[in-house]
Design a protein around this ligand. Structure first.
Ligand code: GCB
Length: 631
């Protein structure tokens, strides 16, 4: 085993020591009268673990300031570390990197008896965290949040230090998967990371780091599901989990207020199931439903549940949860929102931009949602991993339907160990996003090798597992395997398929598209009797390359290929089982270095800088026309 592989396994071993209880909640940190939120975003010290990949552990860098261990650079958080500096060594680094930051915690937090939680939005891929030299957190799957109560490890009113070791190594048993290859170079042997997925392997502290406070007894998790009656009463079924323990004789009381989207108190009643009011049903008269964009004049309508937990001795805890009221149903042929069939006009996407990589950036997210609405789309898939919670908030508020994908991409080498991590990623994703009205389906994989015989029982287990957590949303996946050999679709509720006719298959021959797509979609439905949508199709185009007649890589070719797909989709829509189309991709994005990519994947209808190609105008015409016909 190479040193780096050993280092990746080390991450896993230590996780047994510091695992957060899996039943604990992962609510997004929100300020309230009982909670303070302090951001630790900004510039952190940063150092590669070189030349020995394990030097940071051997020299115990978590015991002192990183700047005292050797030369450090300043790295922005949140961001991927790869593209911020011009240094190739940092961009292509394989293995561990170290971050640290010093921060103050006010003495008043101790005086008020607060608990203090440390929360990471996501670190790719494995992270270990020390606070003032104590190992407090360990998390292995990227793209998902993790947190812990660190009150006991803090020095109130004084300077504290947080140290993070990040490992970007991907192996056959990580999600996603990858492998390491040893090569010899002019300067000696070198280990490189290889992977089959088609996006750059960005790493680092990708999302915000927060400290937040709660009272000793606090709202730990909230579960809501929604419905409505024929006479317009909105129903919110809720269940609140509290954290911390009550001392003997202490009582708990939970009260709820519903605010409308202007923050005004609504007319509502609560029928609690228990004395404490921790679960029950809220009824809202003349409720406004959550609708997708362009399906209603007021899409993305959100209420706020103001939850107040009081116990005898401590301060109340107040948490405000945004909630949209809507139902989801599916049949053998349709997907329905609020009992109305919905047709998905969408995209595959990536969290990707130049310089910051996968680092969360509000300006970029704002622009992206503006473009999604400009083009008339109503949905996208979080290909190929969970997106930032801040991005998901936009989807809720703008009425954009999300096919929420876990980080399993190109799944292969099926094993029990992989299955455990795959289901863990889904459990963490569902716990995080279960209350979001925008999330309409769980995508359990993108393009797994679903013709391998092990895929059958593997995905059966994954699907059963997801159903134990959520029966109200359908399960889907984006399948690339041939229909005759695929073993995954049978375990899904809705079938998504990816196909690159006239691109990877017979490039230049757009005349093959219409009949092939019509035929294939009909066969998926005939074989499984389930709704079908196209999760990927598309062509690369180099913005500004014009060729007449059209030729691969030109803007004209991308437009022509889309037109041929549109013909097929129009026929399929008359057949009553086809529920949507998602073009690959919203914007150009960076990939691994390969000779088949020019600076990355160029299948975006927008460039990486979010400028429209000819295809953006073409898609806009179609999506608005569809919206006007259907919604
Ligand atoms: C696919 C993958 C996606 C790639 C795309 C392409 O099938 O799901 O990740 O980027 O093809 O452009 O090759």
């Amino acid at each position: 085993m190479s040193a780096i592989m050993w280092c990746a396994s080390l991450m896993v071993c230590v996780s047994a020591l510091v695992t957060c209880a899996s039943t604990a909640g992962i609510l997004y940190p929100r300020e309230s009268e009982s909670r303070e939120v302090k951001s630790l975003d900004g510039m952190w010290n940063f150092r590669l673990s070189l030349p020995d990949p394990l030097v940071g552990f051997k020299e115990r860098w978590y015991m002192k300031d990183l700047s005292k261990t050797g030369p450090v650079i300043q790295m922005p958080v949140p961001s991927s570390y790869n593209d911020v500096m011009v240094d190739k060594k940092i961009r292509d680094h394989v293995g561990l990197v170290w971050y640290d930051k010093s921060f103050f915690v006010p003495e008043s937090w101790r005086q008020q008896g607060y608990r203090v939680f440390l929360r990471f939005g996501s670190v790719n891929y494995a992270a270990q965290v020390w606070v003032n030299t104590h190992l407090v957190l360990n998390h292995e799957i990227g793209h998902l949040p993790f947190q812990r109560d660190i009150t006991a490890n803090l020095k109130f009113g004084r300077l504290n230090r947080i140290t993070v070791a990040v490992d970007n190594v991907l192996l056959a048993t990580t999600v996603p998967q990858g492998s390491l290859q040893n090569i010899s170079t002019n300067t000696g042997p070198k280990t490189i990371q290889t992977y089959t997925f088609d996006f750059f392997n960005y790493a680092g502290i990708h999302r915000s780091v927060f400290l937040y406070t709660t009272p000793i007894v606090y709202i730990d998790d909230v579960d809501v599901t929604t419905n409505y009656t024929e006479d317009g009463v909105g129903l919110i079924k809720y269940k609140i989990q509290y954290g911390g323990s009550l001392s003997s004789g202490e009582t708990l009381n939970c009260s709820i207020t519903v605010l409308n989207n202007e923050n005004v108190r609504e007319k509502f009643t609560v029928i609690a199931d228990d004395e404490e009011g921790l679960s029950g049903i809220i009824k809202i008269e003349n409720a406004k439903l959550w609708w997708p964009y362009l399906m209603h004049e007021e899409p993305g309508y959100m209420y706020t549940l103001e939850i107040r937990l009081s116990n005898t001795w401590n301060l109340d805890d107040v948490y405000r949860l945004p909630v949209g009221i809507r139902t989801i149903k599916w049949t053998n042929t349709a997907f329905l929102i609020n009992n109305k069939p919905a047709y998905l006009r969408g995209f595959g996407r990536h969290e990707d931009s130049d310089i910051r990589g996968k680092g969360m950036d509000y300006a970029l997210v704002t622009r992206d949602y503006d473009l999604i609405k400009w083009i008339g789309a109503n949905s996208y898939r979080t290909s190929h991993y969970p997106y930032a919670e801040e991005i998901m908030d936009f989807a809720d508020r703008h009425g954009i339907m999300i096919v929420d994908e876990c980080p399993s991409v190109d799944t292969d080498n099926y094993s029990d160990k992989l299955l455990k991590k795959h289901t863990t990623s889904l459990a963490e994703l569902i716990k995080r996003d279960k209350n979001r009205p925008s999330v309409i389906m769980w995508s359990i994989a993108n393009e797994p090798r679903s013709n391998h015989k092990e895929a059958d029982s593997y995905f059966k287990s994954v699907a059963i597992f997801v159903k134990t957590l959520d029966v109200l949303r359908p399960i889907t996946a984006a399948i690339a395997t041939d229909l005759d050999t695929d073993l995954l679709a049978q375990h899904l509720d809705i079938i998504g398929f990816n196909r690159y006719n006239a691109w990877y298959t017979l490039p230049g021959h757009t005349e093959i598209i219409q009949s092939r797509i019509e035929d294939e979609a009909a066969k998926w439905h005939a074989k499984h009797n389930k709704p079908v949508f196209m999760t990927e199709y598309g062509a690369d185009s180099y913005a500004g390359l014009h060729m007449n007649p059209s030729f691969v890589w030109s803007e004209e070719y991308q437009v022509e290929l889309m037109s041929e797909h549109f013909k097929a989709f129009d026929t399929l829509r008359t057949k009553n089982f086809f529920i949507g189309e998602m073009i690959w991709n919203f914007a150009d994005f960076k990939t691994e270095q390969t000779v088949t990519r020019v600076g990355g994947n160029k299948k975006g209808v927008f460039t990486r800088q979010r400028e429209p190609k000819s295809s953006a105008y073409h898609l806009r015409k179609r999506y608005w026309a569809l919206a006007n016909q259907l919604d």
